[in-house]
Structure formats: structure tokens, C-alpha cells
Design a protein around this ligand. Structure first.
Ligand code: AGP
Length: 615
């Protein structure tokens, strides 16, 4: 997720652009850049210094100010998906002539083929990004005589994937052409000025009218005017927005808090993590992984280390990898791992899972694994985070920045990324046929829609939460992949609602903890179908008969589950190994609602930090 901004008609645009990039930093901050049409060309400055990128950019533009009397301007904050967060990969990107500049938010799925075709046609690429391909595509069409808008429309007709872009050209100094597909773009107008941004906060206070661009619409901005067409060039009337938000509300995109916003970003986070993982032959290829098929072919054991929600994602991956790849898969709490005597060789693949890529326990664990000779792969949400730089290979989730302390979209994206890794290992080890892999991937492609369906059922979860407001003692029970789901549900309730909650393997309860069950105890059971579903239901019947209040997460229409529950949180069914990606959603919503009912701050829970950089 990146942030883009543009303005035309503003005589002194730079301070406005830099202020907007500061607003957009939460969308991505590993690098930043600005370009203005000036002196018959493009004036461009870029900085790649992590969270200091926008600050560095401001300083650089102070040291090297733009020419007076510039035209349109665009700016960008980057959350890298393709290409390391270096200045060379920072946006805006130029074409071969250096007279066109472009910024982009999204992922171009067919960038590889487009890049090859452009290079074969003589274009010189200067970055490793998917974005730069679009700058050269538009250049090619302008060279054929099209205007900037016509060339942009023609170029975007060749592009697959998600984008919101803004592009300027020295031949049309006061024009910005903008377009979007699947990622947000908002337009603004005031007397003599037209603006665009990835989201509303960056426009608040600068525009009198706001408009939302729809998918595959193209806008032409000139000082004080906006015209919109379809990709085919048919004029359309953009939807006008009526926003009564203050700035903080706008950054939350109208949601009450970041956690709500990020829960609702889960379909997009999973879709983005799944995007562009297959080559033209349909086989999985994880370009950024930096571990070759030969490296992975020699792996004879997988060891995953993580903390918190990332540990729970790792536990789900254990079931998937052992089932698909038949490789022994250990999962360790990172803070324990390095103090046992882990047995590892150069044929061990150690996977560190960390959305921040900065958790000290996990970082130290992969350091120990590396010392023992293992190959280290990091699954992280932050490109070039400390752990990503420490590892032999990386696999990125693409959930975008997660502001809420309780992990939601990153947790789901981690499960998906780890299962993609599992299928890749199965492909390399030949333990699944291409057809089996394709079938699993096709089912994974349905997950964003299934998550969306689960999210739409929040009022049912709220009703149940309202009935549990007096409860103080929760068990979360699950079997098979339901067990890590139970652990995650318990963690969410503890860290958000400050309620005592224990995640437990349902089959283990009878070995002692069932003594705790009494009337008033709430048992949340994960009853989505898997191979132990019947056993889970009998475990639930045991606690129900002892007076527990039972809440089940169950597949739509599961009457047998309903028969042993006081309340059911229904989810759309999917295959067992993928079910945590959907089944965790009501658990997040339950913890969220109980926290709100108890009056707690869901974005900044007490005693917690978003990233734990201490042992
Ligand atoms: C989860 O909701 C918590 N915020 C916490 O357990 C978190 O998952 C853990 O600290 C690991 O963080 P990481 O993924 O950044 O390493």
C-alpha cells in the first residue's frame, strides 16, 4: 500500500505536496519522492530512509529547491512490494525521455511480460519496480502521437493488476492524468486548483469539492477543472463525496478506529498477498524469496519461529506443510527456541514469521538458527525490515501498514503467505501434482470474498458479545487447525478486552482443565469442518453438559453444531487448511466488541506495544 498525491494550479506546490506526503506516511514510509513539471522538463527529488523518508525529502528539497513558476506536481510515499526500498526504486518514475513522471499505488501483475516487451523495444529501465513499466508504456503511446490522457488510457488497457496512478508530462505542464483500478483515489477541486490523493485525509482543507474515481476511470486534472472518462474514453460524471470528518477520522477512512479499518482491509490484504505468485506457466514462483528451488529441494525439516499472532499463524502452517509436503515441521515460540538445544543442519529451513520484522525474540531466534547452519526465510510485512535483511530469503505479506496493536490483517496475510510457501515446497518436492496445487490456489483465490462475507456478519457477533458482557472466564477450544484459531481468539480477547481467556486443544481439556468448567464459564469452540470436527463437538457437549455457555464458530448450515451451542457465529465454509483465514474473523469481532463494551481503546490496549523490540 503506497500513498500518492498530485496538484495542479497551485503556484507554490511543494509545501502542499510534502504536507500531503506526511499525511500519507501511514500508508507506506520506506521511501518518498516528488516531481514537478518545470523549465520544460521534470524536476524530481527522492529519498529512501525508512520512516525518515518524508523528512529527508523535505530537507533535500530545501537544499535543492525547485525552479520558480513550475506546473503540475506529484508526490509518493512507498510501501515496497517489488524492488527494495532504495532511492532508485522510489517513485516518481520517469520514462526514457525524462519528460514524463509517474507515481503508483498497487501491484502490476503482468509487469514482467510488459517489461520484457519494452526492453526488447529499446526502453531503458532504471529500477526494479513494476511501476516503471507504466511510465514507459505511456511514453511509447505518446511517441505514436497520442496525448498524455489518450496514451495513459491506451497503456492501462494493457495492464493487469491493481493501480492508482498520477502522471505528468513536460509537454502538458499543467495537466495531471490519474486513473485507478482496485485501489483508492480521491479527487479534489477548489478555485483554480485540482488535486488528487490516495485517500481523503491528504485533501482535507485543500479542496472544496471531493470526488471518488471508480474502477477503470481516468481523470484529467487541469487548474480548477477535472474531466473523467472510462478507460475507453467515454465521458462519465464522477461521484461527489460529502465528508464531515475531521483529520483523525479521515485517516481511519471513516471507521471508528484503526482496528475496524484494518479488519475491513483483510480481504484486500489477502488478495494482495496472493497476487502475482504464479508464472505464465501457472507454476508458483516466489521471486522475492531469494532461495532457489535447489536450496528448497534439499530441505528435510522446517522449523518456524514466531511470537503472538504470528506464532498462531505458524501453527496453522505446520498442519498445511506436513500435509502437503510430508516434511517434519516444528513450530517454536521464538523466546523459547533459542534456549532449548534446537537440532538443525544445513538442510533445515528455519522460517521467522514477523509482521514488523523487528521483534527481538524472533530476530534472535533466526540468528541462532543461522548460526546452527539452517537456511533462514523470513515472512514479514515490512520490506527490508531488520529481519528481512538478516535472512537468506524473504516472503512478504502485502497487508500494508498495520496501525492497531492487535494484529488482524497481517495475521490472515501471514497464514496465506505461509500456505503459499507450503504449496511452493510441495511443488519443488513433487509431493503434490500441478493439478492439486492449482486446485488449492484456486480455492485460496476465493478467500477475500469469504472474508468479506464473514465481515458482513458483525451484527450477529455484536449480539452475542452483548450477552457475554458479564462473563469473566473464557475458554477457546479447537482441534487440528481449530487449535491455533482458539489460541488466536483467546489472545485477541486478552489483549483487547483484558478478560481471562485460555486457548486450549479441545482433546486436552479432559486431562485436567475441565475441572474449571462451571455455570458462567464461556466456551468458544471452533467447529468449522476439519477431520476432527465430530470429536470437537463431543468435547463441546462435555462442557455444555457441565453448565458452560457455549459459543461456536461453525460453517453455514451446520445443524449438529447448533444443537450443542447456545450461540453460533456462522462463517462461509472452505477447506480445512484454509478455514483459519475465514474462521478467525468472528473471533476478532467478538474480542473487538467486548473491548468496546468494556470501554477500552482497541487501537492502543494497555501495557502493549505494536512491536516488541525487547527480550
Ligand atoms: C498480536 O495481536 C499482538 N500484537 C502480538 O502478539 C504480535 O503478534 C507479536 O508481538 C508478534 O509481532 P510481529 O509479528 O511483529 O513479530
Amino acid at each position: 500500500m503506497c500513498g500518492i498525491f498530485g496538484v495542479t494550479g497551485e503556484p507554490d506546490a511543494l509545501p502542499l505536496i510534502l504536507g500531503a506526503l506526511h499525511q500519507l506516511e501511514y500508508r507506506g514510509y520506506d521511501s518518498a519522492g516528488v516531481a514537478l513539471v518545470a523549465d520544460g522538463g521534470i524536476w524530481r527529488v527522492r529519498a529512501a530512509d525508512g520512516t525518515r523518508s518524508v523528512a529527508d525529502l523535505s530537507q533535500l528539497t530545501t537544499d535543492h529547491p525547485p525552479p520558480v513558476g513550475h506546473g503540475a506536481g506529484i508526490g509518493h510515499t512507498r510501501w515496497a512490494t517489488h524492488g527494495h526500498p532504495t532511492a532508485e526504486n522510489a517513485h516518481p518514475h520517469l520514462d526514457c525521455t525524462g519528460r514524463l513522471a509517474l507515481v503508483h499505488n498497487g501491484i502490476i501483475e503482468n509487469h514482467g511480460a510488459l517489461r520484457a516487451d519494452l526492453v526488447a523495444g529499446g526502453h531503458i529501465m532504471s529500477s526494479a519496480t513494476d511501476t516503471e513499466v507504466m511510465a514507459h508504456l505511456i511514453e511509447r503511446h505518446m511517441a505514436a502521437g497520442l496525448s498524455l490522457a489518450e496514451a495513459t488510457r491506451a497503456a492501462l488497457g494493457l495492464v493487469r493488476g491493481a493501480f492508482s496512478i498520477a502522471v505528468v508530462h513536460a509537454d502538458e505542464p499543467d495537466t495531471i492524468v490519474a486513473a485507478r483500478r482496485s485501489t483508492p483515489l480521491v479527487l479534489g477541486l477548489r478555485q483554480g486548483v485540482a488535486l488528487l490523493a490516495s485517500d481523503i485525509p491528504a485533501l482535507l482543507g485543500h479542496a472544496r469539492q471531493l470526488y471518488a474515481l471508480a474502477d477503470d476511470e481516468v481523470a484529467v486534472l487541469t487548474p480548477g477543472a477535472i474531466s473523467v472518462t472510462t478507460l475507453a474514453g467515454t465521458p462519465v460524471r464522477p461521484e461527489e463525496l460529502h465528508i464531515a470528518w475531521d483529520l483523525e477520522a479521515a485517516r481511519k477512512d471513516g471507521y471508528e478506529d484503526f482496528m475496524s479499518k484494518e479488519m475491513h482491509e483483510q480481504p484486500g490484504a489477502v488478495a494482495a498477498t496472493l497476487l502475482d505468485r504464479r508464472g505464465p506457466d501457472g507454476r508458483l514462483r516466489l521471486d522475492e524469496m531469494r532461495l532457489s528451488p535447489a536450496d528448497l529441494r534439499q530441505v528435510d525439516k522446517v522449523c518456524i519461529v514466531a511470537c503472538g499472532s504470528s506464532y498462531h499463524a505458524a501453527l496453522v502452517a505446520k498442519y498445511a506443510i506436513e500435509h502437503w509436503v510430508k516434511l517434519p515441521t516444528e513450530v517454536d515460540i521464538a523466546s523459547e527456541f533459542r534456549y532449548r538445544d534446537p537440532v538443525m543442519t544445513e538442510r533445515t529451513l528455519c522460517v521467522g514469521v514477523s509482521q514488523s520484522g523487528e521483534t527481538l525474540d524472533t530476530s534472535k531466534a533466526i540468528e541462532e538458527a543461522s548460526r546452527l547452519g539452517a537456511k533462514v526465510l523470513v515472512v514479514s510485512n515490512v520490506v527490508d525490515s531488520s529481519m528481512a535483511r538478516q535472512a537468506d530469503g524473504v516472503l512478504y505479506t502485502r497487508a500494508g501498514p498495520e496501525v492497531g496493536v492487535a494484529s488482524t490483517k497481517c495475521h490472515l496475510a501471514q497464514i496465506v503467505a505461509l500456505e503459499i510457501l507450503g504449496l511452493t515446497l510441495a511443488q519443488i518436492h513433487g509431493t503434490l501434482t500441478p493439478e492439486q496445487i492449482a486446485s488449492a490456489l484456486n480455492e485460496m483465490d476465493r478467500l477475500p470474498e469469504l472474508i468479506e462475507q464473514a465481515l458482513r456478519r458483525s451484527s450477529a457477533v455484536d449480539d452475542v458479545a452483548g450477552k457475554l458482557i458479564e462473563a469473566r472466564d473464557f475458554f477457546f477450544l479447537g482441534r487440528h487447525v481449530g487449535y491455533p484459531m482458539a489460541l488466536e481468539g483467546a489472545l485477541k480477547l486478552k489483549e483487547l478486552a483484558y478478560l481471562r481467556a485460555e486457548g486450549y486443544a479441545a482433546g486436552e481439556l479432559k486431562h485436567g482443565p475441565i475441572a474449571l468448567i462451571e455455570p458462567g464459564t464461556v466456551v468458544v469452540g471452533i467447529a468449522t469442518r476439519n477431520r476432527l470436527w465430530e470429536k470437537l463437538l463431543s468435547n463441546i457437549a462435555e462442557v455444555h453438559s457441565r453448565g458452560a455457555t457455549v459459543v461456536l464458530v461453525a460453517d453455514d448450515g451446520d445443524r449438529e453444531a447448533a444443537a450443542v451451542a447456545d450461540h453460533v457465529l456462522w462463517v462461509p465454509p472452505c477447506s480445512p487448511l484454509l478455514s483459519p483465514v475465514v474462521g478467525v474473523v468472528p473471533l476478532q469481532q467478538l474480542a473487538y466488541r467486548l473491548a468496546r463494551l468494556h470501554g477500552h481503546d482497541v487501537d492502543r490496549p494497555r501495557n502493549l506495544a505494536k512491536t516488541v523490540t525487547v527480550e
